[in-house]
Design a protein around this ligand. Structure first.
Ligand SMILES: [Ca+2]
Length: 287
């Protein structure tokens, strides 16, 4: 190859690099513009629209630390009195457990079939709903015996579930940006909403907790917990829950997952899949 040819190749390469850089800058500017401007409203299922709301920034204040079973692939978490109800996942390892909060001792446990991957749980007065990942089956259980009373089927995946006392409906996530509303007696779908933040859909909504008519949610593969207005689907607050485990404790653990309100307080319990600890926390302003 001659010097002229080399120069020509280098010149063309330089031109391509300059062109790519220009395209990248333009795309970034367009993205930043769309992010900063954002949509002013989000559509609602009834045809109306809601104004996009600002997102409150929260951080975690740790109040106490309890032991958590490092064999528990936590998928559902709710507290009733001192009984911590925990649903776990993985094929061949899925269970529903009743755990003593302070000691972490498992008081009662039932296993799911090896062919079923357990996901979220929610405790009603005398019953418990436990959903499954890709099996399309929800188990209705007796709260005392944990025995299965009934199995119902549903379409799509199952990730998180909670019972919205105020509206007397189940709220269910499926890994997308959708929350599905269900009849707590029949499990029939009665509505849905798209979760958005600053007008943009938020996917991977995972374990849920219904508190005072609001829905708190883990976002899969992040240390983020969001509070969702179930009427509009909008994220109204986001919690940075990073840094709870010390460096050495993070070996072998999976993601943050599991949020349970402490009834009668403004406190929550949070943990993660295979985490060695469960934290009693309060969400306070600050980023
Ligand atoms: Ca929960």
């Amino acid at each position: 190859m001659s010097g002229a040819e080399v120069g020509g190749v280098l010149g063309r390469r330089r031109a391509v690099v300059v062109l790519l850089a220009a395209v990248t800058v333009a795309a970034a500017a367009a993205y930043a513009g769309s992010r900063s401007a954002g949509p002013a409203t989000v559509p609602l299922v009834d045809g109306r629209s809601a104004a996009v709301v600002p997102v409150e920034q929260l951080r975690v204040e740790v109040l106490a630390r309890y032991p958590h079973d490092t064999a528990a692939f936590t998928q559902g978490l709710e507290l009733v009195g001192s009984d911590l109800y925990e649903g776990t996942g993985q094929y061949g390892e899925s269970e529903l457990r009743v755990v003593d909060l302070a000691s972490g001792t498992v008081r009662r446990r039932v296993s799911l079939p090896d062919t079923v991957f357990g996901e979220g749980i929610t405790v009603l007065e005398s019953r418990i709903w436990q959903i499954t990942w890709r099996e399309g089956v929800a188990y209705e259980r007796d709260r005392e015996t944990l025995d299965v009373l009934r199995e119902v089927t549903y379409d799509g995946e199952g990730w998180g579930i909670c019972h919205d006392d105020a509206a007397d409906r189940l709220v269910m996530s499926d890994g997308t940006d959708q929350l599905t509303y269900r009849d707590p007696a029949t499990f029939d779908q009665i509505g849905s909403v798209t979760v958005t933040r600053a007008g943009t859909p938020v996917r991977d909504i995972n374990e849920l907790e219904c508190v005072d008519g609001q829905v708190w949610a883990n976002v899969w593969r992040t240390d983020e917990i969001v509070r969702i207005d179930p009427a509009s689907g909008q994220v109204v607050a986001e919690v940075d829950a990073g840094g709870l485990l010390a460096g050495a404790e993070r070996a072998g653990v999976d993601v943050l997952n599991g949020i349970a309100a402490v009834p009668g307080t403004d406190e929550f319990l949070i943990t993660g899949k295979y985490w060695p600890a469960l934290f009693r926390v309060r969400f306070v302003p600050g980023s």
